[in-house]
Ligand binder design. Structure first.
Ligand SMILES: Cc1ncc(COP(=O)(O)O)c(C=O)c1O
Length: 353
């Protein structure tokens, strides 16, 4: 059995990547003296989240449309509990984040992939294939916007089309946890701004403030008092968000740029290293619009699984593309949070393969 790899090229936990992040407790005073639970979460936290949508997406949302959860993963599970019955199908993008399938199956639902195609480094939603997969048992279409690991946003036209085809047919759930990490001034919209009556938008502090340890996510609900009441019943059953974290959330969100800046600096530095190291090699750095991950596409004579195992033996752990159902081989998915010295060594090992 291979020894524990010394170097993790897939590290996506910002608290363990050697990034100098602000001390969250120097930003927020965390109050814990009283417990006054509210199903949808404390109003100051929900108001701060509404403010976030106003500042980032020029979208005026009532705090009544926000419901707090302990993470985006939990936000998914609340949506699935509300909108689907056991055995229903949830459409998910392929490639995408592997946890989706587990979150869906944990609710007794069936995950069905719809394809994204890569054309000259751009990812395109296959509308025809999606329509083909949309059947009467489809409860929802999940959008990962921007997607992990492709790092692409859906286009405005795609969002409008998805809204149109889903109306009176199924729900839309948009996972926007990486929306703030967009590059080259890329402008992107949030599904929350479309005010669709069948749309849920998910996000949370784990990426927006690089605070996965604080366990705070949320759902932007459609503007519908009945949906809100039903979602509150689900949330009230667990009351899973801790009160001290709710009391601190507004200050952390207000300081989000100070958490994001060191992460963005690390990402830019790593992208530049990768660009330089892979130039004039058989490896290709796939372009990204956003996110914390990047795909390296390798020469076709290499076999993906064998490559990843050989890197493991040499002390490097990295995600193979098949882990995300990427439609080409060989490719590797690297985290852009990787410490630069580790990345340089990892790239040297990859190029030597
Ligand atoms: C696309 C995507 N959504 C959601 C999550 C999970 O976020 P949270 O920590 O809020 O559950 C991740 C984690 O990496 C992710 O990549």
């Amino acid at each position: 059995m291979a020894a524990k790899p010394a170097i993790d090229l897939s590290i996506s936990n910002p608290t363990q990547a050697g990034i100098s992040l602000p001390d969250p407790f120097s930003i927020a005073s965390v109050e814990n003296h009283r417990y006054t639970p509210q199903a949808s979460g404390a109003l100051p936290a929900r108001t701060a989240i509404a403010q976030y949508y106003a500042e980032e997406f020029q979208s005026q949302l009532s705090p009544d449309r926000i419901l707090l959860t302990a993470s985006s993963s939990e936000a998914y599970s609340y949506c699935f509990k509300l909108i689907a019955n056991p055995g229903d199908t949830i459409l998910i993008p392929q490639p995408s984040y592997p946890l989706l399938q587990f979150l869906i199956e944990a609710e007794g639902l069936v995950a069905k992939p719809y394809p994204l195609h890569e054309v000259l480094g751009e990812w395109i939603l296959d509308r025809e294939a999606l329509l083909h997969h949309l059947t009467p048992d489809t409860a929802a279409i999940v959008l990962v916007h921007p997607n992990n690991p492709t790092g692409h946003f859906l286009t405005e036209a795609d969002l409008a089309w998805l809204r149109e085809i889903s109306q009176n047919r199924c729900w839309l759930i948009s996972d926007e946890v990486f929306a703030d990490y967009r590059f080259d001034g890329h402008k992107a919209n949030s599904l929350a701004t479309l005010n669709a009556h069948n749309a849920f938008t998910l996000s949370g502090l784990s990426k927006i403030c690089a605070l996965p340890q604080m366990k705070l996510g949320w759902i932007v609900l459609p503007e519908d008092p009945q949906i809100r009441r039903h979602m509150e019943l689900i949330a009230d059953t667990y009351l899973s968000v801790s009160s001290p974290i709710q009391s601190a959330a507004a200050s952390w969100l207000a300081a989000r740029k100070s958490f994001q800046q060191p992460i963005s600096d690390r990402i830019q530095q790593n992208l530049s290293t990768l660009g330089q190291s892979l130039a004039n090699t058989p490896w290709q750095l796939m372009p990204i619009q956003a996110g914390w991950a990047v795909i390296l596409r390798g020469p076709t004579h290499l076999e993906e699984e064998a490559l990843v195992l050989s890197l493991l033996e040499r002390g490097f752990s990295v995600h193979p593309g098949f882990y995300y159902d990427l439609p080409f081989e060989p490719c590797l998915v690297l985290s852009l949070l990787t410490p630069p010295e580790n990345l340089a060594q990892g790239v040297a090992a990859i190029l030597a393969s």
